[in-house]
Write a protein that binds this ligand. Structure first.
Ligand SMILES: Cc1cc2nc3c(=O)[nH]c(=O)nc-3n(C[C@H](O)[C@H](O)[C@H](O)COP(=O)(O)OP(=O)(O)OC[C@H]3O[C@@H](n4cnc5c(N)ncnc54)[C@H](O)[C@@H]3O)c2cc1C
Length: 466
């Protein structure tokens, strides 16, 4: 057993610590396809030395203090569904697997919030509060594979975010163990004017500023009604324009998803005319609001030249929306597939879409590149790009993959967009963060140095080392 493993076995109990090959292998990567490619090609370095499964905040604090004494890197690990390598631990790291901290601690029906341990799986959390008549309204596609703490750490966005908000809108408070081993609690409050909002430090911190141990999330009573509709447009720009206009008028349907023609044909060919872009709309809430919102969306869609395609495409999407692709399907065929979610203001979004599609399509080995908008705001939207490639030779697939990513991110920055809307930075985008944050980057680095002077928290994720 490693020294850190022996220390933790003594301090937390031997049943909390694992160093067997199967446990280490299960925590070697998250869902980042490049890590899976490297593992296949025998190039995935090292892996963690030890996995600890604390049951309480006190045990997390004990773990972090021990890691400080031993000078060992700490990688918080939730569901391992991250797609940018944030939970792909560096060699010799101590993985803190949060999934034994999986209890709902409080559900406050008067003040509409739930307090939950950070390692609870998202799907279990949502089912538990729904059984009591509530929802948080955060439905990432990976809801059954991700933890509530992982949502905080990656600044996640759910599929219904247009109505309910992203995780930063839903998080009212949290508890975290700092790199020093000290614990901070940020209590829920409807609003306060007591300096900068400190919980923001942890939203998107990707395990680099501490371990999130408890989370307080907003609750909403379950909606009384849900109505779905869909419309086809002759251009992607027209579908995006409906999203912009609907939000500008002040409506907030839970879902507004505009697909380009490639994705409309791939996923909704049964209902979409050829070469058209499909827009899916889900409206939910009190029935009078839903009726008015659905009518308003139909009016705006007609103004922009949309053809009604009925409820079926949106119903179909609701049924299949949490399907998780298997990387093995692509890797077995010497192919890679990945998604790149970026965002920009409305006056730049079409240029961004065109430039990123051109950049990806021109990258060596890329077979197809497509996109859709899934998280709209009055000021702009995200575009979620998908690309599939067949690198030649496959032995050099990593080079081709990074080339495609580099082209897409550069095109995004050139168009005035942000390099990530909701997957985060991880190890994949770490080298790009300084280009995006520019004058604000030293501030982030200083915060990291101040909280984690010895640099033990998830080194290499978010902020590059060295
Ligand atoms: C098929 C699929 C669909 C997806 N769909 C969505 C989507 O719709 N929306 C979306 O936002 N994301 C989506 N993701 C990405 C991913 O699910 C999210 O980033 C999710 O929030 C990660 O949670 P996790 O518990 O799996 O975290 P992990 O993958 O375990 O970790 C992610 C990062 O957070 C850190 N971390 C995890 N837990 C903690 C903690 N308690 N304290 C501190 N740091 C921590 C890790 O160190 C790592 O840096 C998808 C992923 C897949 C594979």
């Amino acid at each position: 057993m490693t020294e850190i493993g022996a220390t933790l076995a003594r301090e937390l109990g031997p049943d909390r610590v694992a160093e067997d090959a199967a446990t280490l292998a299960a925590h070697r990567t998250d869902y980042w396809i490049l890590a899976h490619l490297r593992a296949r090609q025998g190039r995935l370095a090292g892996g963690p030395a030890c996995v600890v499964r604390p049951r309480s905040t006190a045990e997390v604090a004990t773990t972090v203090r021990a890691a400080q004494r031993h000078g060992v890197a700490v990688v918080p690990y939730g569901g391992g569904s991250g797609v940018v390598g944030g939970a792909t631990p560096p060699p010799g790291a101590l993985v803190v697997d949060l999934t034994a901290m999986d209890r709902l601690l409080e559900l406050n029906e008067t003040a509409l919030y739930a307090r939950v341990q950070a390692g609870m799986m998202g799907g279990t959390y949502e089912a538990t509060v729904q059984a009591r008549g509530y929802t948080t309204g955060n439905y990432p596609q990976s809801i059954d594979r991700s933890t509530v703490g992982g949502w905080i750490a990656t600044r996640a966005a759910g599929q219904f975010s247009t109505k309910y908000g992203n995780i930063e809108d839903l998080c009212l408070g949290l508890e975290a163990v700092l790199p020093s081993g000290d614990c901070v609690r940020l209590q829920p409050i409807p609003r306060a004017s007591v300096g900068p909002t400190l919980r923001e430090l942890f939203l998107g911190s990707e395990g680099t500023l501490g371990v999130v141990t408890e989370v307080v999330l907003r609750l909403h009573p379950l909606p009384a009604e849900r109505v779905v509709s869909s419309f086809a447009f002759s251009t992607f720009g027209a579908a995006l324009d409906v999203v912009r206009r609907v939000l500008r008028e002040g409506w907030r349907p839970a879902v507004l998803r505009a697909y380009d023609a490639v994705e409309s044909a791939r996923q909704f060919s049964a209902w979409t005319p050829a070469d058209h872009s499909l827009l899916l709309i889900v409206s939910e809430g009190p029935s009078t609001l839903v009726a008015a919102e659905t009518a308003a969306c139909a009016r705006v869609a007609a103004t922009v030249g949309g053809t009604a395609c009925g409820p079926e495409p949106a119903t179909h999407w609701l049924e299949v929306r949490n399907t998780v692709p298997s990387w093995d399907f692509f890797l077995d065929r010497e192919m890679l597939a990945d998604t790149i979610e970026v965002a920009a203001m409305w006056d730049r979004i079409e240029t961004l879409y065109e430039r990123v599609i051109a950049a990806l399509s021109g990258a060596p080995g890329v077979l197809v590149a497509s996109g859709h908008s899934s998280h709209g705001y009055a000021q702009g939207t995200n575009i979620y790009f998908t690309f599939v490639m067949k690198p030649d030779p496959f032995a050099r697939a990593e080079e081709a993959y990074l080339e495609a990513w580099g082209r897409a991110l550069q095109a995004t920055l050139d168009a005035g967009g942000t390099i990530s809307h909701h997957h985060g930075i991880g190890r994949l985008r770490a080298g790009w963060l300084e280009r995006e944050l520019a004058s604000a980057y030293p501030l982030l680095r200083d915060v990291k140095r101040a909280l984690d002077p010895s640099g033990i928290m998830n080194p290499g994720a978010l902020i590059p080392t060295g």
